[in-house]
Design a binder for this molecule. Structure first.
Ligand SMILES: Cc1cc2nc3c(=O)[nH]c(=O)nc-3n(C[C@H](O)[C@H](O)[C@H](O)COP(=O)(O)OP(=O)(O)OC[C@H]3O[C@@H](n4cnc5c(N)ncnc54)[C@H](O)[C@@H]3O)c2cc1C
Length: 466
């Protein structure tokens, strides 16, 4: 008799889960497994926000799976110990087939290779699926068969490929008609550093938020996406990163709401699909350029850049006391909620890497510590874009001015005062650069001269080519 095991990783849901759907189609008993790997995660700089959130999602998954008659076993190990632990479980349960959705980071791929080798030796069939992206890495290539390194042509080719490949989301499987015993799940408690209670922890809640965004937000996406004071973006990234939602569900919900395929979306709404394609782009890059998983710059010549990495300045950045309101508000948003608006992520990342000349890897690790949506591909992509060390990155001479960015995207300083209430004593237009007039508020003077540090960054990058 066959017995199928589904290994859950960053895909903590039951609906539109490719591996689970395939296992359930077998019409044999299905069991699930999840591995906590705290030591390995600590080495990735993953903080307690994400750990606490993952535990909540795991608990919710356990109950969802129980309702489908699928027991979930939770193990604790390291990536190196993963194969042995799975092999033991397979032996105990008499597993004949292992199903899992691929992860694309190098250490995950190495772990999975070890698992495949170990279980194949035990005559267990290992079946892998591409599930995390809309189109699998390696499927969007130039005419020469090479990976794209620039987003626009990647997107063009992506859209052509998707037209022929697009497959809709899978439904939640029907309960398996086999009597089962359910292992109890030991709870592991993490105290999050931020207040994360407002984020969805069930699939139904995440799907409801997706629907609500598609009914309303997707229609005005392009005009509101850069305003951090508005709920102009979907705020679905923690669900996509942890796999409570799939990107296919996102596309399907948007297509339903607009009653047309993404190929016919008006530009105002297509902007949102564009972001999901960026998500694919960064994951595809990770597979095509393994050095991105190894803490290395996409542009090797930028490895020679003389980062300053001044510890006191890094401390002021991380404690939201730079004296530049948009930077301090962004860092406060991150540390208090576990999320930060995309426009502000770009502004703070440019400030750290350009005005303070701090190595992007320090910023990347800082984000990993707090973000609920932390994800190697997108985080590395965002930091390397901002630092001008990445593929298709911001040109080094176009350094954002954080004050002009703040004035353009938060004209009345509403976002600023949400996270820096002290500034509400100032008239809205004065909140972006309080040092321009005497104010007597308990708010620090700017830690750097923006103009001089901008020039210093440009000179440092220019020096690389001389
Ligand atoms: C320095 C920096 C670090 C970042 N780190 C992460 C990270 O660790 N994890 C993460 O998911 N995103 C990261 N991003 C990308 C982006 O900021 C977030 O995905 C976005 O803010 C999430 O908000 P949302 O769900 O409202 O996005 P929406 O605007 O509603 O977009 C929909 C979805 O598309 C994806 N997406 C959007 N923008 C990007 C992008 N630029 N790159 C890749 N995917 C994108 C996300 O999954 C997002 O949920 C980073 C960006 C920068 C500049």
């Amino acid at each position: 008799m066959q017995h199928h095991l589904v290994w859950f990783r960053e895909d903590l849901r039951t609906t539109d889960h490719t591996a689970l759907a395939a296992a359930c189609l077998s019409e044999h008993p299905v069991t699930a497994v999840y591995q906590r790997t705290p030591e390995t995660w600590a080495s990735f700089d993953i903080g307690t926000n994400r750990l606490a959130y993952t535990e909540q999602l795991l608990n919710s998954l356990y109950h969802e799976l129980n309702s489908l008659n699928i027991p979930l076993h939770v193990q604790t190990t390291t990536y190196d110990g993963a194969a042995e632990m799975l092999a033991d479980l397979c032996k105990t349960l008499g597993i004949t087939h292992l199903h899992f959705n691929r992860q694309y980071e190098i250490l995950e791929r190495r772990r999975d290779y070890a698992v495949r080798t170990r279980l194949t030796d035990q005559s267990i069939a290992c079946i892998e699926y591409d599930d995390l992206c809309l189109l699998p890495p390696g499927s969007v290539l130039t005419a020469q068969g090479t990976p794209y390194t620039v987003f626009s042509p990647f997107k063009k080719r992506w859209l052509e490929t998707y037209r022929h490949a697009g497959q809709g989301p899978f439904r939640k499987p029907a309960p398996i008609p086999h009597a089962r015993t359910f292992p109890s799940m030991s709870a592991v408690s993490h105290t999050p550093e931020s207040d994360i209670h407002c984020w969805a922890i069930t699939e139904d809640d995440a799907l409801a938020r997706l629907e609500a965004f598609c009914q309303e937000g997707v229609l005005h996406y392009d005009s509101q996406r850069n305003a951090p004071a508005l709920p102009g973006t979907s705020q679905l990234s923690p669900y996509l990163a942890r796999g409570l939602l799939s990107p296919r569900q996102c596309i399907a919900a948007a297509e339903r709401a607009l009653n047309r395929s993404i190929h016919e979306f008006p530009s105002e709404s297509f902007g949102w699909v564009n972001e999901l394609i960026w998500r694919d782009f960064y994951k595809h890059l990770l597979v095509a350029f393994p050095r991105l998983s190894k803490n290395r710059a996409f542009r090797p010549e930028t490895e020679k850049l003389a980062w300053r990495n001044d510890p006191k300045e890094i401390e002021r950045f991380m404690s939201a006391t730079t004296g530049i309101p948009i930077i301090d508000a962004g860092i406060s948003e991150l540390t208090s909620t576990g999320w930060m608006h995309n426009r502000v992520r770009m502004i703070v990342a440019q400030f750290l890497t350009k005005n303070l000349l701090v190595d992007w890897r320090i910023g990347e690790a800082f984000f990993m510590r707090y973000l609920l949506d932390s994800d190697l591909a997108a985080n590395n992509g965002g930091w390397q874009w901002s630092a001008s060390t990445g593929t298709d990155a911001a040109p080094y001479f176009r350094v954002f001015n954080p004050v002009s960015q703040s004035q353009a995207h938060d004209p009345d300083g509403i976002y600023l005062t949400r996270y820096l209430p002290v500034l509400s004593a100032l008239p809205p237009k004065a909140r972006h650069a309080p040092w321009m007039a005497p104010h007597g508020l308990d708010y620090p003077a700017p830690m750097v001269d923006l103009k001089a540090t901008r020039q210093r960054a440009i000179d440092a990058f220019k020096g690389l080519s001389s």
